[in-house]
Design a protein around this ligand. Sequence first.
Ligand code: FPP
Length: 238
Amino acid sequence: MSDSLEIPKHIAIIMDGNGRWAQQRHMPRKLGHYRGAARVRSLIEYCTRVGVECVTLFAFSTENWQRPAEEVDALMALFIEYLDKELPAMLENRVRFKAIGALDRFSPEVRDRIRRAEQQSASNDGLFLNVAVNYGGRWDILHAVQSWQAAHPNAALSELSQDVLSEYLSTAGQPELDLLIRTGGESRISNFLIWQAAYAELYFTDILWPDFDEAALQAAFDWFSARDRRFGKVKASI
Ligand code: FPP
């Protein structure tokens, strides 16, 4: 990898295509999710190696509850298994884990496991890993406004600014989102990080998530590095 490549500080991934990957192989959809989860560790390690500071993964959306109960149960079980299995490696790699989303929908036992993983990794100084579960971008914005109001009961809503609202989002204190990747051939954001994606580069690939390997991630970084990010301004040299 060339030193001159610009590495995104914060990447987010919509890990789409697990179901189709499994169906193409005449396997149950949940096996596709398992293969998808198995992809995550090496990609996180790769991100750490190249200097990415924050990775946000969309594991379960507020809309995913509408899937068949069997698939919802499998995704929940997978998330818990992922936490239990990956925590030692996360701690070893100094990863700071955070679950983002409306966690009150989960059982006290699940919430307790999430909190324990967050607490154990909180003093790490490595990559921020946000796993979005029961997450929706509109929920994030509404929740931020409500949290701000709860913290400032006597303030008028007109006092709330964009910068202050950002401090109440799930990604508060983390680098701005630079690159949003969606695998699986669709070109939508699907209610993921809609506030944070305002100036992110959007990268869509047909690769199904279980096939998205380090080379595929590097291709996304190469593409990102070639972008001319103007943030609404004109180029300084013009
Ligand atoms: C979309 O594929 C993927 C999901 C709804 C779940 C993503 C979850 C994982 C990759 C595993 C869990 C990961 C962690 C980090 C715990 P799809 O089912 O919509 O695929 P399809 O479009 O081919 O049907």
